[in-house]
Write a protein that binds this ligand. Structure first.
Ligand code: 5RP
Length: 138
């Protein structure tokens, strides 16, 4: 899978995310502090990763800032993106296509668990769940 990853700093598990995804066989596109050619402020970096998903250059994205909050806000302003701030059930109930992480809170062991759960998860096909997700596009 092609995955866009954005972070506003190299603190915490930021660089580890890229390594973990590559070890799982994914192709990674980097933004922000992970890409020296780009602006590293969270509002710009996380929007760029979200646009990769919305415009078909990536299937999923992982966006990070210190709290994860700004990352999720920046990603969710992009139409077609459903960013979840590291929340239980995000893939199944919300068909989320962007994972937002807090670099402050997430340890390396927790990062591995989150990435395993995220990429093993699939969206619910229950009509009520599908209707909720479709309504987000309207
Ligand atoms: O969590 C964040 C935004 O939600 C930022 O990572 C945090 O505010 C730090 O930003 P900066 O390094 O630019 O001061």
């Amino acid at each position: 899978m092609r995955i866009a990853v954005a972070a506003d700093s190299l603190d915490g598990v930021a660089a580890r995310i890229v390594g973990e995804l590559r070890e799982r066989g994914h192709e990674v596109v980097t933004h922000g502090a992970l890409n020296e050619a780009e602006r590293d402020d969270w509002a710009w970096a996380c929007e760029a990763a979200a646009r990769d998903v919305a415009e078909g250059r990536a299937e999923q994205a992982v966006v990070c800032c210190w709290t994860g909050t700004g990352a999720s806000i920046a990603a969710n302003k992009v139409r077609g993106v459903r960013a979840a701030l590291c929340a239980d059930g995000a893939r199944r109930w919300n068909d989320a296509n962007v994972l937002a992480l807090s670099l402050r809170v997430v340890s390396e062991p927790l990062l591995k668990e989150i990435l395993d759960a995220w990429f093993a998860g699939t969206a619910s096909t229950d009509p009520a769940d599908v209707a909720n997700v479709e309504h987000l596009e309207t």
